[in-house]
Design a protein around this ligand. Sequence first.
Ligand SMILES: Cc1cc2nc3c(=O)[nH]c(=O)nc-3n(C[C@H](O)[C@H](O)[C@H](O)COP(=O)(O)OP(=O)(O)OC[C@H]3O[C@@H](n4cnc5c(N)ncnc54)[C@H](O)[C@@H]3O)c2cc1C
Length: 535
Amino acid sequence: MTLAIPPREVDILIVGAGFAGLYMLHRAREIGLVAQVLEAAPSVGGTWYHNRYPGARVDIQSMEYSFSFSEELQQEWRWSERYAPQPELLRYANHVADRFGLRDGIRLNTRVTGAAFDEAANRWRVQTEAGGAWTARFLVMASGPLSAPNVPDFKGLASFAGPVYHTAQWPHEPVDFTGLRVGVVGTGSSAVQAIPLIARQARELAVFQRTAAYAVPAHNGPLDRDFEARIKADYAGFRERNRRMPAGFGSEQPPNPNSALGAAPAEREAAFEARWRIGGFSFLGSYRDIMLDERANALAAEFVRGKIRRIVRDPETARLLSPAQTIGCKRLCVDSGYYETYNRANVKLVDVSRHPIDAISPGGLATGGRSYEFDALVLATGFDAMTGTLMRLDLRGRKGLRIQDKWRAGPRNYLGLMIAGFPNLFNVAGPGSTSAFTNVIVSIEHHGNWIADCIRHLDAQGRPTIEATETAETAWIEHVTETASRTVYLTCNSWYLGANIPGKPRMFMPLVGFPPYADKCADVARNGYEGFVLG
Ligand SMILES: Cc1cc2nc3c(=O)[nH]c(=O)nc-3n(C[C@H](O)[C@H](O)[C@H](O)COP(=O)(O)OP(=O)(O)OC[C@H]3O[C@@H](n4cnc5c(N)ncnc54)[C@H](O)[C@@H]3O)c2cc1C
């Protein structure tokens, strides 16, 4: 006879041990909750554990892309480069876990497969892949906005004779492309970081491009120690200034308050050049209207195309690398020698925009009536962004409502935080929040604090549950779309819209503008959680 193991009971169960899960655990313990993190991977670190492809690094400056909640932590940690590489970010996540004594609250190698809300008990019942069961009053999905890899359903993929690597599932032992012919599919952010390094090793590299990407230079290098000292002299002030920026970072290079349309051509060229020399996302702040007005945007886009024409020697390759869409509409890439890589004799660019990849064969792939041979295949094909991790779960709210039904036409929630019909479930850095348009760590801290305050409020009021109303939810998703419609974000197909995943409903998922979002979340809490029902 087998005895069923009773479920383990906690106050709050947190799915994922990336930066969001780590911070949520820390905050939950601070407010006295019994908390448990379940993490599928054998390590903490999330994004920076999984994405270890060559060249993987953050493209928001390290002094900004880091936790602000502990003055001691931010003073004692020393970044080596302007943009930290993946191994250093992973060390940082491990350091945070150790420094704040979090490890005993994290169960690794534990994938959550489903969760159902038990209405009689007002508790979530959570299952894991290994058959474990947990119950919790609160369930926090800290499972990552970009953590469900998108592996395209290419015909014949399984028949490929050599190794196939997805950038987000990179092996943990070193990968050596020396002497090999390599094919890379995709030209988004991960590809733009990986291609220059793969090209240096491989004998031949073929890059299969569906849509050309805009990339601005990172100008990465050792962290300027004078800059570090200046920031550390008033780190709290620096964080506060960044939180008031539209994307939660970049206060050192605030957007130019003028219109690109009003500037004389020479002045505009100089302004774009100055931002190009600074590097990184600040380029989009060359003028205030680049992301608001397609005509202003076209001027910035043409500046970058001019750079591509000057950098890339072969005119046909330069033409293919020159994007046609609005700049910044798809996530802007930040590069280290991306366009220059196409001047190498061992690199070729294959346009698959008109003829999609027909099939993968044991020795390569076929597209547009031509075949290409290679020994190793790299899929830099991104993620089922923002909704992927939840939609892959058997997640059920009241009356057994499945998340797949609830979100059939696209993700619905209120404040990006809570879903009507799914009481006491919080989503960190998910759709309907500003996460994807920010320094995500700023968003993670904001969400962790909001959730902790909300739980404290419920306890103070003796209320067991909180749940978004459908009315608030409907108004919120209209607000997210309406906000996007005042920008250029709806002018292209992007993962923000779900357009990279066949069959995914087209709905603009992230919210533009961190400061008004943070103000709105604070107002809602201050006004007794309007838009929510407290049980
Ligand atoms: C290559 C890359 C570069 C990026 N660069 C930047 C950048 O420059 N700036 C920026 O702000 N953001 C960047 N991001 C976004 C990045 O995801 C966030 O900055 C941040 O790391 C998200 O942290 P998180 O904890 O929310 O999610 P993640 O770090 O994705 O962690 C989620 C964790 O949940 C686990 N998980 C998921 N589902 C389950 C399940 N069912 N059961 C158990 N565990 C589960 C995963 O294994 C993962 O460890 C980048 C993302 C990628 C992929």
